[in-house]
Design a protein around this ligand. Structure first.
Ligand code: ATP
Ligand code: MG
Length: 391
């Protein structure tokens, strides 16, 4: 036996009788994320998940754990045999490593055959620290360092320093949604926020070749590979949108182009979502960012979808979106200078307050239904998987 990592799950504790399903799903997601470390073994319990390191360096594991939705924090727990002298020694080491001043010792005696009571273990460890570290102070109400001692059959585990996880819910617990992924800064960040909330995503991207180049798809693929660290398998549906977009431009003119183009995108997304059992659609829109993202525009666009449309960034300022993009590692890819299908036409004075009757009149003037069917029958599906790439 060896050291282990203890995983804490936070918000799950509010989920009552479904808690074991949540924990099992989280355990499964952790195992998938750490699949390349074959020496690890796991214990999935009601209050924690234990990852036994069996010789693997914990510093290799931490970056993976920081990207697992539903994980509130995690700690390295060092192991010694069930011997009070060893426990005292390791307790002091854990305290010194924390680099804090005030401390409290809390012991849980899971192995009832251990002859010393929890309170006496607390006292023994605290006295050693107080005697040997002149700056140390006990604070039972608000300690900077909580030294946790867990006496189990296989040994005693001691931990105090907690690393912050990404929080949220285990991926997949909240169902599946279809994300409209452009190559911009916003939609990958919106994807991250949806995943953090436990929503599994499939991606849809509208391309307009030859106006948009193959480099755009390369950019989209690279963005998805970054998002693969949060969701190990992601499907991308690429929709050829050129003919429909050209027709919209021809029929609707520049000011209504974006409104009607977005309605067509949403109509296509809705059908793809139903086909693949997605319960909702999500986008990277933010209120007021551009003409198509005023409340008037969003109301007019969203009308064509019977599925809920989630916009996790709707209240975010661009500067906050950019910091989050940098933090999750999508920013440098997003700023690569390739065109989006929405930018290939010269859009003059896009409407910020589209009128439903004008929109409906314009849409009646061409057979968009058959063009949507063409788009749907030419969708290309690509699967991005962490596991497959490594096999
Ligand atoms: P992003 O919002 O991703 O940074 P952007 O700001 O250039 O890119 P907008 O014009 O603001 O894109 O588009 C708003 C939202 O519409 C995007 O966040 C995305 O969800 C969706 N979208 C735009 N273009 C596409 C596309 N070509 N394929 C799929 N979704 C798209
Ligand atoms: Mg945007």
């Amino acid at each position: 036996m060896d050291d282990m990592i203890i995983v804490f799950f936070g918000e799950l504790s509010t989920k009552g009788k479904n808690i074991m399903d949540f924990i099992r799903l989280l355990g499964k997601n952790i195992k998938i994320s750490l699949h390349e470390f074959t020496a690890l073994t796991y214990e999935i319990k009601k209050d924690h998940i234990y990852i036994h390191l069996n010789g693997v360096d914990y510093r290799l594991i931490y970056p993976y754990l920081s990207k697992i939705p539903g994980l509130i924090s995690y700690s390295l727990a060092r192991m010694v045999k069930n011997d009070i002298e060893e426990i005292k020694k390791l307790g002091k080491e854990a305290y010194l490593e924390s680099e804090k001043t005030t401390f409290k010792v809390v012991t849980k005696r899971i192995e009832k055959d251990f002859p010393i009571h929890s309170d006496d273990v607390n006292r023994a460890v605290a006295s050693k620290i107080l005697k040997e570290v002149s700056t140390a102070k006990v604070d039972v109400h608000n300690p900077d360092c909580l030294i946790n001692i867990m006496i189990r059959k296989d040994g005693t585990y001691i931990y105090c320093k907690k690393e912050k996880g990404m929080g949220g819910y285990p991926l997949g617990i909240a169902g599946k949604s279809l994300m409209l992924l452009s190559g911009g800064i916003d939609s990958p960040v919106a994807s991250y926020l949806m995943m953090k909330r436990g929503v599994k995503l499939e991606m849809i991207h509208f391309e307009a070749p030859p106006y948009t180049s193959a480099k755009v798809i390369e950019k989209i693929s690279d963005l998805i590979r970054v998002l693969n660290s949060y969701q190990s398998e992601i499907k991308l549906y690429t929709v050829p949108f050129t003919d429909l977009e050209k027709k919209i431009y021809e029929v609707c003119g520049p000011s209504y182009l974006v409104t009607i183009m977005r309605r067509m995108m949403l109509r296509i997304a809705e059908r793809v979502a139903y086909k693949h059992n997605c319960l909702a659609i999500a986008t990277g829109e933010s209120i007021g960012q551009v003409a198509s993202q005023t409340l008037y525009s969003m109301k007019c666009i969203e009308k064509v979808s019977s599925l809920p449309v989630f916009r996790p960034l709707c209240t975010y300022d661009k500067t906050d979106i950019i910091s989050l993009a940098k933090q999750i590692g999508t920013y440098d890819i997003s700023i690569r200078p390739y065109e989006d299908c929405c930018t290939i036409f010269d859009i003059k004075d896009p409407v910020t307050h589209p009128h439903d009757d004008i929109v409906e009149e314009l849409e009646k003037s061409f057979d968009y239904e058959s063009m949507i069917k063409d788009c749907l029958s030419n969708i290309k599906t690509t699967k991005f998987s962490l596991i497959e790439e490594e096999l």
